[in-house]
Design a protein around this ligand. Structure first.
Ligand SMILES: [Zn+2]
Length: 380
C-alpha cells in the first residue's frame, strides 16, 4: 500500500506565485462537476470514487489508464471542455497560480478544431476573471503509433490554433520505441513552430535514452529569445543513471515532476526489478548503466528523486497531472515537494523555472517575471 499523499501537510502559502506545468485538462473536473456527471450516468465509477481516491493506488500505468478510460465520457462536448478548463484554472489561480500549460489530445477531424477553440475559450475566461496566463500542449497517445503523432504535428503545422504552444506525447511507454517519434517531434518543432513536452521515462528508462537521440538539436541550443522550450513530462526514472542525470543537466532539459502521480502509479515489473550495475539498452544499442538505486517513491514520497534533480542542477517544474484521479491540485503539489519529497529550496524556484520554461512570447515572460519580482519584494 502506498503512503497516502493526503496526510496533513504544512501548506505552501496561497500567496506564493505558482505554475501548473503538467495537467491533462479534459478530466480536471471539480468534485461537484464529477458528482453531476455521475448523477447523469456518464461513468460507472460512482460518486464513491471521490472518497476512495485518497487511498487509491494504481499498481501500474495500465490500471491507471483503465480508470481513465472509464471517465472518458465525463467531458464530452466543447461547452463542457471550456467549462472544465475555466473552472480548473480559476481554482488554481485562487491557490496562487499565475501560469499553466494544460494538455489536450489530438483527434482527427473538425471535432479537434472545436475542442481547441473550447480550451482556448476556457483559458480566456479564466484569464479575464483571475489574470492567470495559460497555454495548450497538444498531445498524441503513443498507443496510436508514430504515424498518428506525425499526422497531429502536420495538422498543427498547417493550421495555427489560439493558445497552442507545445506538442507532447502521452500513453504507454512500453508499446513501442520513443525513437520512432523523431519525425513527429521534428515536424512539431520545425514546421509547426511549437515547444516540446513529451512524457519521457515515467515508466521505462529506455525512453530517456531514446529521447536524447531524437530531440531536435536546435531546441536544445535555442537562444533565450526563442519562445519555444524543451521539457519532458516526468523523467523521474533518469535518476537511476548518473550518465542520464548528467546528459539531462547538460542539455538543461526541464523535468515536469508530478509527485502525486509518481506516488500513486506503480512501475512495470522490469523497471521495478532494475538492479545496480545493470545495463539498459535501447533498440539501437545505445545504453546506460543503472548505477543508482531505484528510489522507492511509489511507496514513500520521502524517497522521491526530486532532491537528486535539484542537486544535479536539472531544472524542475511541478504539475498535478490528473487532479481528479489523483486527488491533487497545484497548491498540494508545491506543499508535497516541501513537506514530503525532501525539497530543501525555496518553492518559488519552481515558479521561476516554470516561467523560464514556459512556451510564451517575450512580453508574457516579462510580465510573469515581474509578478514574481513583486512578490519577492513584498515578502522581504
Ligand atoms: Zn501526464
Amino acid at each position: 500500500m502506498t503512503e497516502a499523499t493526503n496526510v496533513k501537510i504544512h501548506p505552501v502559502s496561497h500567496d506564493l506565485p505558482k505554475a501548473e506545468m503538467h495537467t491533462h485538462i479534459s478530466l480536471a473536473l471539480s468534485p461537484s462537476d464529477f458528482r453531476d456527471r455521475v448523477e447523469q450516468g456518464r461513468t460507472d465509477l460512482g460518486f464513491g470514487f471521490i472518497q476512495e481516491r485518497n487511498a487509491r493506488y494504481y499498481p501500474d500505468l495500465f490500471h491507471f489508464h483503465s480508470t481513465y478510460e472509464r471517465m472518458r465520457n465525463l467531458t464530452r462536448n466543447g461547452e463542457e471542455l471550456a467549462h472544465v478548463t475555466q473552472t480548473y484554472l480559476e481554482t488554481i489561480a485562487d491557490q496562487g497560480a499565475i501560469y499553466a500549460e494544460v494538455s489536450n489530445s489530438f483527434r482527427e477531424g473538425a471535432d479537434f478544431d472545436a475542442q481547441m477553440e473550447a480550451v482556448a475559450e476556457g483559458i480566456k475566461h479564466a484569464q479575464e476573471r483571475t489574470g492567470i496566463e495559460a497555454r495548450i500542449v497538444v498531445t498524441t497517445l503513443r498507443d496510436r503509433g508514430y504515424e498518428f503523432a506525425e499526422l497531429a504535428a502536420k495538422t498543427l503545422a498547417k493550421k495555427s490554433f489560439n493558445k497552442v504552444a507545445a506538442f507532447g506525447l502521452v500513453g504507454d511507454e512500453l508499446c513501442d520505441s520513443l525513437a520512432d517519434y523523431k519525425q513527429a517531434l521534428d515536424i512539431a518543432f520545425h514546421e509547426a513552430g511549437l515547444g516540446l513536452a513529451p512524457h519521457v521515462a515515467e515508466q521505462d528508462v529506455r525512453n530517456a535514452i531514446d529521447f536524447l537521440d531524437i530531440v531536435p538539436k536546435d531546441i536544445v541550443e535555442a537562444t533565450e529569445d526563442d519562445h519555444r522550450r524543451l521539457r519532458v513530462g516526468h523523467g523521474s526514472l533518469i535518476h537511476v543513471s548518473s550518465e542520464l542525470l548528467q546528459a539531462y543537466a547538460e542539455r538543461k532539459i526541464c523535468l515536469e515532476v508530478c509527485l502525486s502521480a509518481n506516488n500513486r502509479i506503480g512501475l512495470p515489473h522490469d523497471t521495478r526489478e532494475l538492479e545496480i550495475g545493470q545495463k539498459v539498452a535501447n533498440q539501437n544499442g545505445a545504453s546506460v548503466t543503472a548505477d543508482n538505486k531505484l528510489q522507492d517513491y511509489f511507496n514513500s514520497l520521502a524517497d522521491h528523486p526530486l532532491p537528486i534533480f535539484e542537486e544535479r542542477g536539472i531544472p524542475v517544474v511541478l504539475g498535478s497531472d490528473n487532479p481528479l484521479l489523483l486527488n491533487t491540485n497545484i497548491a498540494k503539489e508545491y506543499s508535497l515537494a516541501v513537506a514530503k519529497a525532501g525539497y530543501a529550496g525555496d518553492p518559488l524556484e519552481f515558479t521561476k523555472t516554470a516561467v523560464e520554461y514556459a512556451n510564451v512570447d517575450w512580453e508574457t515572460r516579462e510580465s510573469l517575471r515581474r509578478q514574481i519580482a513583486k512578490y519577492e519584494m513584498l515578502r522581504h
